[in-house]
Design a protein around this ligand. Sequence first.
Ligand SMILES: [Zn+2]
Length: 512
Amino acid sequence: MGFYVTTPIYYVNAAPHLGHVYTTVAADILARHHKQRGEEVFFLTGTDEHGEPAVQAAERQGITPRELGDRNAPRFKEAMEEAGAEFDFFIRTTDPEHEAKVAEILQRVYENGHVYAGKYEGWYCPRCADFKTDAEIAEGNTCPIHHIPLEWQEEDNWFFRLSAFQEPLETLYEENPDFVRPRVRANEAKAFIAGGLQDVSLSRSKISWGVTVPWDPSQVFYVWFDALLNYVTALSYARPGEDLTDDFWPANLQLIGKDIIKFHGIYWPALLMAAGLEPPQGLFVHGFLLSPAAEDSEDAEGATTLEKMSKSRGNVIDPFEVIDQFGADALRFYLFREVSFGQDGPVSAAGFATRYETELANEYGNLANRTLSMIGRYRDGTIPDTDVDPVLAPDFEGLAERVGELLAKAEITTALDELWQRVRRLNRYVEERAPWQLARDDDKSEELDTTLRSLAEGLRVATVLLHPYMPPTAQKLLAALGQRDDTLDCATYGARAGGSAISKLDPLFPKL
Ligand SMILES: [Zn+2]
C-alpha cells in the first residue's frame, strides 16, 4: 500500500514564514506516520514560480522572475529541511520536466474538447493571481484577502469549460462526502458549485512568464493551472529513470489552506477529469495561524486583534529563530498542540514558552529523565525483566489503533492530545508508586521492578507514537531506552521485553 501526500507549492515572491512551515510539517507528520505503518510513502512539496506575483516581486527587486526563483526556491527548501520535513521531492514549476508535462496534459484537455477561445473581462487581484467573482469583491473594489485595489482586465484568452463539470463535481461530492475535510469546508465548495460554475480563463496573453500554450505560443497558461498540475507532473520525474504516476496517483491526501479551496476543491478535480485523470482521494483544509497584531493596530480599548500571519500584513514571526534556539521538534509540537489542526488559532512567543516549559520540559522531558535516572540508580542501568504493571494496561489498550485512526483522518491535534494524556498518566503513576520510597524497603523490591519496567515501557510506547511529531527527540529517547524500533507494530504496552540496558540521556528539552 502507498501513501502520497502533498503540500501546496509556495510562491517565491516572499521569504518562507511560519505558515509555510506549518503546512509542510503537517504533511511530514502524516508521511512519517504512514512510514511507521510500513507503507511506501511519497511526500511532495515545492515552489510556484510562475505568474504575476513572481513577476511583480522580481520587478520590485530589479531582477528577472527566474533569478527570483533561483534565489528563493533554495530558501524554501532549506527552511523545510530545518523544520525537520523529510520530503521525497521538492518541485519547482520552472523545472523543464514540469513545464513539458503541463503542456502535454493541457494539450490533452484541449484535444478532449474542454477548451475554447474567448474574451475575458473582470476584476483581477494580481497577488491572488485570480479573477474575482462578484461575491468575492470586498468594499471599494478591493481584494478581501489582500486588501488591495482590484484591476479591471480585458484580454483574449483560452477558456476552460468548467461549466461542463458542474454535474460531475456534484456527483464527486455526493459520492465522497469526505472528499474535502473538515466538513464545513466541503460545504463551502458545494455552495460555490451550487451557485453555478462559469468557465474560467485558462491562459494569459499579457504576461510571458509561464508555460507556453502549445497550440497558441502567443499565450502562457494561467499560473493556477500550471501550479495545480505539479501534484501530477512531479511523479513523472521525481526519481530519475522512473515514472511513479501509476504507483501514487491519485494522491491520498492533499493539504491546503482555506484560502485556496476554490482552486483545489473545484478547478482541480474538474481539470483532472478533463484530462482523463482521477481526482485525489481527499483534501484536508487547515486554518490560519493567527498572530497578535503589531501594537499600532490595536483598537482604542487596547485589545489585541488577531490577524492572519502573512508577509503582506506585516506581522510575520520568524519560526527559524525558534528552531535555532529550541529545536524544530519543540516548534512542531507547539504548532499542533496549540491550534487544533483544521481550525484557525492564535500562536505567540509567550504561548510557545509556556508549552515548552510546562509540557515539553516538565511533563515529557522530566518523565524521561526521571525514568532513566531511577533505572540507573536503583537497577544499575538495566530495565527490570519482569511483567508490566496491569494497572496501566487500560490506559494503553488500543492506543496505537486510536492514534492511527485519527492520523488517517489528518486529525493531528486530537491524536497528539491522546498521546499527551498518556504522558500525564505516566507522571501520575510515578507519584502514585513513589519509586524512591520503594527503593528504601527491601521487601518492595519486586514492586520497584514492576514500577520501573512499566514506566520504561509506557514511555517507550508513547515515544514511538510521538515519533512523527518529534522525530529526533523520539529517536534519542528510544536509543537511551535501548529499544530503537519505532514501527507501529511495537507500539503496544508490553510488546517489548525488559532486560535491555539503558544509556545516558541529556535533557531532551532543557529548561529556559
Ligand atoms: Zn488577493
